[in-house]
Design a protein around this ligand. Structure first.
Ligand code: ADP
Length: 196
């Protein structure tokens, strides 16, 4: 089993790469943002709880996020591996994920951190907002709150994963295909037992 975390600020291309990898390797794809949006669309209790945080660019509280993740993981006990997109975003979430995988004798094998400068991120998100139907993609102030949350709550996790020896920093300004090729090569290495 191989477990992968796609890491990086909003707009870095995590979802794009995660989908390509999940198609290629058959990993179960878990995107917390997509899951929240589905709950909001279906007007579930969880969606109701999460919506106001998401609309203002804030992180949804850990308890809500973690409950949702537990539920979805329980639905795929036979998974070959997971690819997480947008999770973990806090220290608490990272610890929960580690404990959960450890209990099954597994671990986070690779964290791919996509690096993209802030002005490019804002441009990309506004551009996505033209078609995504996401309110949080159209307003510059909301986007800035999200980038700020990334810096304070999420970015420090890079050190956490670096210390564990599983962090790979990836230049996110190159083409989708080039990035995919680089990440695939690393995953192939891990699958053949040549991991760090
Ligand atoms: P992006 O990476 O472009 O910000 P996502 O779809 O991953 O988009 O996330 C959208 C929003 O969903 C976030 O701004 C946040 O409010 C909420 N969210 C997603 N994942 C998490 C998480 N792991 N913890 C807390 N909030 C989350």
């Amino acid at each position: 089993m191989i477990n992968i975390v796609m890491f990086g600020p909003p707009g870095a291309g995590k979802g794009t790469q995660a989908k390509l990898l999940s198609d290629k390797y058959g990993f179960v794809y878990i995107a917390t943002g997509d899951m929240f949006r589905r709950h909001i669309r279906e007007q579930t209790e969880l969606g109701r709880l999460a919506q106001s945080y998401i609309d203002r660019g804030d992180l949804v509280p850990d308890e809500i996020t973690i409950d949702m993740i537990r539920e979805v993981i329980a639905e795929s006990p036979e998974a070959e591996g997971y690819i997480f997109d947008g999770f973990p975003r806090t220290r608490v979430q990272a610890k929960v994920l580690d404990d959960f995988l450890e209990n099954k004798g597994d671990r986070v094998d690779a964290v791919f951190a996509l690096e993209v400068p802030e002005e490019v991120l804002i441009r990309r998100i506004l551009n996505r907002g033209k078609t995504s139907g996401r309110k949080d993609d159209t307003d510059v102030d909301t986007i800035k709150v999200r980038l700020e949350k990334y810096k304070t709550a999420t970015r420090p996790l890079k050190d956490y994963y670096r210390e564990k020896g599983v962090l790979y920093e990836i230049d996110g300004l190159r083409s989708i295909e080039d990035i995919h090729a680089e990440i695939s090569e690393i995953i192939d290495g891990l699958r053949n037992g040549n991991g760090r």
